[in-house]
Design a protein around this ligand. Structure first.
Ligand code: PFF
Ligand code: NA
Length: 447
């Protein structure tokens, strides 16, 4: 078996982790979920979830990866708990599932780069979205996006990924920032800011009745599962990605500091995207929540159609989104590929192509009809992601336990108290939070 690699520099790991985290989840999902599930109220619950549940869960994945130095499935075996291998398998499966429709949206982004250059969507942005987001067009673009992902993973990513991510985050921030300033100058944007930024505290209510089974009601029954799962999706948790990336990290690096960086940058990019998209929806008189998966594409396309240099700005914007989407998608395919390479000694290019092909097949329904895409997405949010993260938390909190704290503290200057507090939180509050999310998700999904 070949020598296990490590990141060359501390920045290498942070950049790769940020590259995996920052993606369509921030620029596409986050604004449209926020506008669908109550605006600022969703934002508050999301931020609480990202810090209170996402951060401790990310530390758990980092610890599993660095301690084992193995892929997401092998890691659970190596830490001597073969019975918990299912958590790794569930994580890899969840990544597989998500990548299938992530790639479809990546295909739309590809199309919008071309559409910006030619001005194809300028006349009727809504009709354009309807036409390119379903049927044979979408299928071909889904295939094209998947081919890019396979090509990069097949040829080894070190250089490509590191260079792309170094450029990606700064250019996303600059371009989104410039767009946010421009949106701010538009008449009619004001209600968008209050929708996005001033929470309606009366929405923060949840009640439970027993009859005899528990059943929940109140606005939070919908907000919690989507906000918590949005945090998982956005931070690339519950999919083996962070376990795999952390398996290349040295013992001299502070996992805690790195995870804080990822959470902060990821949330910042999401909020910046929200500051662009949500006021734009209001400017164009689109009801929040009615835009669905197409909200971002339609509203931005409309904006670019009106901008003086709309073709250039549009093309640059969607190109940046494409890089962000690719660096996230690559991390998902890499998880599965590294497992197959480690365990079956298979050759990387062949494995990447075969698995990429399977993921393409799984994405066909989502490409064909956005109703399927929504269904795939809902299943991931309400069931797969919380279940998978729950497995990680239970494993670290209740099975692996104390040694996890020692691993967390390696390479960091934190006192033992912080580590012990983290473990205690993982065992109790955080697990309860995810259990509640799961209960609400299952209720929404099946009842
Ligand atoms: N975190 C990515 C995003 O927000 O777009 C999506 C993603 C990437 C999910 C990688 C899962 C993953 F393993
Ligand atoms: Na993200």
């Amino acid at each position: 078996m070949s020598q296990r690699e490590t990141w060359a520099t501390r920045a290498g790991f942070i950049l790769a982790a940020v590259g995996s985290a920052v993606g369509l989840g921030n620029i596409w999902q986050f604004p449209f979920k926020t506008s669908e599930y109550g605006g600022a109220t969703f934002l508050v619950v999301y931020l609480v979830a990202a810090v209170g549940i996402g951060l401790p869960a990310m530390l758990a994945e980092f610890v599993i990866g660095r301690k084992s130095n193995l892929n997401a499935i092998g890691a659970f075996e190596k830490l001597n708990h073969r019975n918990w291998k299912w958590v790794g398998i569930l994580g890899v499966g969840t990544g597989f599932w998500i990548l299938s429709y992530y790639s479809v949206v990546g295909g739309w982004v590809l199309r919008y780069i071309g559409g910006s250059v030619t001005g194809a969507y300028f006349a009727d942005p809504a009709a354009y979205f309807g036409q390119v987001s379903a049927g044979l067009d979408a299928l071909a673009l889904h295939a094209l996006f998947m081919i890019f992902v396979v090509a990069i993973v097949a040829s080894g990513v070190e250089d490509g990924i590191e260079k792309a991510t170094k450029l990606m985050v700064p250019s996303i921030v600059v371009i989104l920032g410039a767009l946010a300033v421009w949106v701010f100058t538009l008449p009619g944007a004001a209600p968008g800011y209050s929708y996005f930024l001033s929470p309606d505290l009366s929405q923060l209510s949840l009640s439970v009745s027993f009859d005899p089974l528990p059943s929940f009601s109140g606005p939070l029954t919908e907000i919690i599962p989507f906000a918590v799962s949005q945090a998982f999706f956005s931070l690339s948790l519950g999919m083996g990605a962070m376990i795999t990336y952390a398996s290349y990290v040295g013992e001299d690096q502070s996992l805690f500091g790195d995870s804080v960086t990822v959470v902060v940058l990821n949330s910042a990019v999401g909020i910046l995207a929200g500051l662009v998209v949500i006021p734009l929806l209001f400017v164009q008189g689109i009801e929040p929540g009615s835009g669905g998966a197409g909200a971002l594409f339609v509203s931005l396309a409309t904006a670019f159609a009106e901008l003086p240099a709309g073709r250039v700005v549009g093309a640059v914007f969607f190109a940046v989104v494409l890089i962000a989407a690719l660096s996230s998608a690559i991390s998902l395919l890499e998880v599965v590929v590294s497992y197959a390479v480690d365990n079956y000694g298979a050759r990387r290019p062949q494995v990447a192509a075969a698995l990429g092909g399977l993921i393409f097949l799984l994405g066909i329904p989502s490409a064909w009809d956005t109703a399927w895409l929504t269904w795939f997405d809902n299943l991931a949010y309400q069931l797969l992601l919380p279940l998978s993260v729950l497995g990680v938390l239970l494993f670290i909190g209740w099975v692996y336990g104390r040694p996890a704290v020692d691993e967390l503290l390696n390479g960091s200057s934190l006192g033992g108290g912080v580590g012990a507090t983290w473990l205690w939180l993982v065992r109790t509050v955080v697990v309860l939070g995810v259990l509640l999310t799961l209960a609400l998700g299952v209720q929404t999904l099946f009842f």
